[in-house]
Design a protein. Sequence first.
Length: 360
Amino acid sequence: KEPVASADRARTRHFIPIFHPLQNSLKRYPTTMPSFGDFVHTQFVLNIPKPTASFASKTVIVTGANGGLGKEIVKHILQLGASKVIFGCRSQARGDAAKREVEALLKVNPEVIEVWEVDLESPTSIRRFVERVNNLPRLDVLVNNAGLRSFNFGVVYDTERTLAVNNIGTFLLALQLIPKLKETARKFQTTPHMTIVASALYDAGNYPENHGEDIFSWYKDKSRVAPFPQYNLSKLLQIYIAIKLSAVVDPLDATELNPIVINSVDPCFCKTGLSGEMNGRPKTFFKVFEFLAARTAEEGARLVVQAASGGRETHGLYLRAGTVQVYAPIAEDEEKATHVWNVLRQRLEKLQPGILQNSV
């Protein structure tokens, strides 16, 4: 086949998203951290409409679905007609409790919701989860919502826990599910979505300049880790990985259009369970700030569901406040992004040989 026409490729392939051809036709936010005015507008003024896109006949997986933002995401998706919604939960018991609550609230057929255990800190747990997914007739949407802001230092995947869960575990799962998403696209002539729940705090990520050959290994040293900055950094690395993954799935020399959409979305500052490991004054301060300024998890979920049903023009891009936002300059640092992607690739290959080759 001849390569896809450049105009068609431009609509789907975005290695450096600031050059996206729609940048002049879509409303966009600034390329830096939201200003105080932007924050006030997003948190107190912005009208976030409820999503309306149909999920009829679709099978959807939402990780971290048993509480907070995740539980509100699945509520919207169920109300939009999904045929099967799988709660990916670290705790089977908490997942089952969430299932009962949602079924009672929405009067959902018990066969629609399933709770599957998956621990993003465990390659074995992820592998078992993937095997179950591969036995499904289809997978239309994967929402990578599960995340961690750890206040208790620990080492997992040979790195600090926040980076381990938000980057290594998240993409160890996500890459292994790309083949199922592509299979669904072929069999059902549809456009599956992979949506990554990101954060505007990525622009506040403090990327270390002298991290050696592996940025993840560098953070095994507890003295280099602080909870709040570490979370921001994990979200920056997540953005780097999402940009690179989108480009790998949809390379310039491809002979046909990419069958899936991969995008990232900031659900705004909303009430979630990320303060769970806090204690003392930091938790008190955070809870007061959350009470005063945070949107409800239901409102944040609206933005995520909009992204999970977004058009092909959102592939490789980042959405905030219901619109595509040009990435901040730090996200377009090619050297940093390449390092993070290459190191992650090597690590994932050791955990699951052939993972990248099978995904693309």
